[in-house]
Every structure is written in C-alpha cells, then in structure tokens.
Write a protein that binds this ligand. Structure first.
Ligand SMILES: [Fe+2]
Length: 241
C-alpha cells in the first residue's frame, strides 16, 4: 500500500476496550457481536481537504472569539503541539477542532445544567489547521473540572476535547487533552478505562515554561499521533463528557 493507503488496526492493549462498566454509558454503546474488518476504500484514504479560507482569523483564539462585554474569566493559556502520523512524520493541513467547558466547568450547551455560571464572553469552541510541519497553536482559558452523572460523585478532570481530520477520513481522531499535575486525572472513570498508564500520560499536556507568554499566558504542549502503534487513543463518545 502507499504511505497514505494503509492504516493500522486499533490496538486494544493501548486504546480502551469498548465495554467498560465503570463508565456507565459504555455498557449500552459497546457492540455485542464480533467486529467485522472491512478493507479501506479510496474515498476513505483521500480527503477530506479543507481550505484555509474556511477558518476565521479568531478561530484559534478562544479568548477573543466570543467576546461580548470583555474578555473571559479564568487562567489564560496557550496550547500547542504537532500532529504526526504513525511513522512520526508531520501531518500538514490537518483540521483540528476543539471544544471545552469554561473556567467554572460549564459548557455553553443546552444539555449542560451544571450549577457553575456561563461566562458571557466565552464560547468554548475553536478550529486550527496544522502548518507545513504539522504544528498547531491556539489560545484559550483553562477549563474547570465538572461533576457528571455516572457514579454517586464522579468528576471529570479539566480537559479539552479534540477532533482531528488527518490526511484521510479514516484518520479521524477524537480524543481529550488533560493538564499536567491534575490529581483528578487519576480518579476519573473515563480515564481509568485506558489500560496502559503510558497511554494516559500521552493524553496529559506538559506545562511548558519555555513557551509561556510573560505576564499573559501559561503554555501547554500536546502532541498527537494519528492511527499507529503509539497513536493517541480514540475516544468512542463523540460529544458531552
Ligand atoms: Fe468534556
């Protein structure tokens, strides 16, 4: 196969299994029958291709892209990194979409009824295209932790949701980024579905003092690997928690 043509199978020793009862909604979502393996088709191995003209100038700036009365409340951060393929080559032109809760842990979403207040100046959504070296960068507010209805008292650690379109539709990745040093990571029922501690650590963005913006924003580095033996793990749930 060409270098765009083949994709590795998902390694279930690295990615979480579909059925993880401590993550309650996985019980109904998990397939009950053996999976079928289908060969990739040309349309899955090429495109979609996105043009830069589809992105607005503030799409990569969640601090500014929803302002109404002023800037949002919370810790200002920069998130940056590279998107790489399974052979550690950069993936240029990949569309990254991010969404997250505000500093209080509340999403701007009609289904989110958490007590924490909405921030009138924070929308929580952004988009970025990787450059020729697979690099991306966006500014945002560090999200807060929030409770969710799973066990009696389960909380999600602070996290940012990522969706990445790589070179081909079969390289779509949906995952979550966590923050270095957060003790909530290791108490999360969703994170604990991941069998390998090294795979969890790959989802934790490192605080990078060398790329902080002095008197402005902290920086976190998060590299993403698409479809390969060491790929960033795939999250089965598309939205919400
Ligand atoms: Fe979430």
């Amino acid at each position: 196969m060409s270098d765009q043509g083949s994709f590795y199978q998902r390694d279930r020793g690295w990615h979480p299994p579909a059925l993880t009862p401590q993550y309650k909604t996985s019980v109904l979502r998990a397939p009950r029958n053996a999976l079928l393996s289908l060969p990739g088709t040309l349309s899955e191995m090429t495109g979609p291709v996105f043009g830069h003209d589809r992105l607005g100038p503030l799409d990569n700036d969640l601090i500014r892209n929803f302002v109404h009365t002023g800037e949002p409340i919370g810790q200002r951060i920069v998130v940056y990194g590279r998107v790489l393929d399974e052979n550690a080559r950069p993936v240029p032109g990949a569309l990254i979409e991010v969404w997250q809760a505000n500093a209080g842990g509340r999403y701007r979403h009609k289904k989110d009824a958490y007590l924490a207040a909405l921030d009138p100046n924070f929308g929580g959504c952004g988009r970025i295209l990787t450059d020729a070296d697979g690099r991306y960068r966006f500014r945002t507010i560090k999200p807060g932790a929030y409770p969710w209805p799973n066990g009696v008292n389960d909380w999600r650690p602070a996290h940012i949701h990522f969706s990445i379109f790589g070179h081909a539709f079969a390289q779509r990745l949906i995952t979550q980024m966590y923050f270095e040093g957060d003790p909530m990571i290791w108490q999360c029922p969703i994170v604990s579905t991941i069998p390998d501690k090294a795979a969890i650590e790959q989802l934790v963005a490192a605080l990078d003092r060398n790329n902080t913006v002095p008197m402005d924003a902290l920086a976190y580095k998060f590299d993403i690997v698409l479809r390969g033996r060491r790929s960033t793990l795939f999250e089965n749930r598309l939205e919400g928690n």
